[in-house]
Design a protein around this ligand. Structure first.
Ligand code: FAD
Length: 350
């Protein structure tokens, strides 16, 4: 059996006062940037403010969307950048920035290739909300994608001996003569580190109450599934050196989240993608489960706070390993027959 890989962050005594590039954040964006920078011959460093590495990326469970990939062809799925663009555009209420969306939809396949070239294989497919074809890539072990990605990327960080410091929070970007010249950060002590380039890989602000209050106060009543460090630091750092902000109110709410447990848990979209149905308290379906996230969220909200149930069978469970985790933390109720299940969750078996 393969030995379990345990990553150890770099110890603070090894911190230098200059790197070619400082990468702020240790999620998927930060880790891939660091690996690529190293392979291009640069000396990168990754600074992570939390004591847990991987950011929201470790929480992702369903998969990664991309079109026109070799994986799709292996599965006999013919897809196009155009369809990916159009379906995502509709999912975004047609408010997406067209240039950014075009770039995103036309580069997903390169990301799948890049990972594959690094031995990180997303060779299985499922389908997620708003999409009309199988373009959500995931590992064939069907394990939650985020943990898999972070572990495999960290193996490269370890192999290349890229320094990754945890518990260091970047507080300021330093600018000299109109160019980035370094960062200020706090850890056990205040730090200044010099560089020619910074990559902001700090993630979003789903757990940032101040920014939510400013841009989407209607969402403050919801519980987030984001990690506590997702507080929009990158937005603030960039703004302090003159960046302008756009589309700050465009925060997406995921439809299936367990809200009444001590921690809120996102029930990954692959569960619906693989065929689970949503029913209301009257045991009736009330929405197309694979409609856009916005529409499914609205349909659940329109139930008036009763919540809804996701119903799935053993075959679906086999195809979504994250369900084992949901069961482990007590979110899953089972019955040998539909009637028994209905009895357990107090729904009409008919
Ligand atoms: C529960 C959940 C499930 C999801 N499922 C999916 C899915 O199936 N498919 C999908 O495509 N997407 C999914 N997403 C979204 C996806 O996880 C994110 O879009 C993606 O991981 C963002 O990656 P990132 O590297 O940009 O940011 P993150 O992974 O969030 O990493 C940012 C890192 O920067 C650190 N940081 C922030 N500020 C500072 C600072 N000042 N100094 C130092 N470090 C800092 C943070 O602590 C964090 O570790 C999911 C998200 C959640 C929360």
């Amino acid at each position: 059996m393969a030995e379990k890989f345990i990553f150890e962050p770099t110890t603070i005594d090894q911190l230098k006062d200059h790197y070619d590039v400082i990468i702020i954040g240790s999620g998927g964006a930060g880790l891939t940037s660091a690996i690529q920078a190293y392979e291009l011959g640069l000396s990168p460093v990754i600074l992570e403010k939390m004591d847990k590495i991987g950011g929201n990326t470790t929480r992702a469970s369903s998969g990664m969307n991309a079109a026109e990939t070799f994986v799709q062809l292996d599965h006999h799925i013919i897809d196009s950048f155009e369809d990916f663009y159009n379906e995502t555009f509709i999912g975004g209420g047609k408010q997406n920035n067209p240039a950014l969306l075009k770039f995103f939809t036309e580069h997903g396949a390169l990301a799948i290739d890049w990972l594959n070239q690094h031995g990180i294989k997303l060779d299985d497919l499922t389908i997620t909300g708003g999409m009309k074809t199988m373009r959500t890539h995931r590992p064939s072990s069907l394990a939650p994608i985020g943990g898999y990605l972070v572990t495999e990327l960290l193996k490269y960080v370890a192999k290349y001996q890229i320094p990754l410091f945890d518990k260091i929070k970047v507080t300021d970007l330093l600018v000299k003569d109109g160019q980035i010249s370094g960062v200020k950060a706090v850890g056990e002590r205040d730090l200044t580190i010099n560089t020619e380039a910074v990559i902001l890989a700090t993630g979003g602000f789903g757990a940032g109450k101040d920014l939510l209050a400013k841009y989407r106060s209607d969402l403050l009543k919801l519980r987030t599934t984001n990690q506590p460090g997702a507080t929009g630091d990158g937005v603030k750092l960039a703004q302090k050196v003159g960046a302008k902000l756009v589309d700050m109110d465009q925060v997406q709410v995921h439809p299936t989240v367990q809200q009444d447990t001590p921690h809120a848990f996102l029930i990954g979209e692959a569960v619906r993608g693989e065929g689970a149905i949503l029913v209301n308290n009257n045991a009736k379906r009330f929405v197309n489960e694979l409609d856009t996230r916005k529409n499914v969220t609205k349909a659940i909200d329109d139930l008036g706070g009763t919540g809804a149930y996701l119903i799935f069978d053993r075959d679906i469970r086999k195809r979504v390993k994250a369900i084992e985790f949901y069961d482990h933390i007590g979110l899953v109720k089972t019955g040998d027959t539909i009637a028994k299940l209905a009895e357990t969750i107090h729904l009409d078996p008919q």
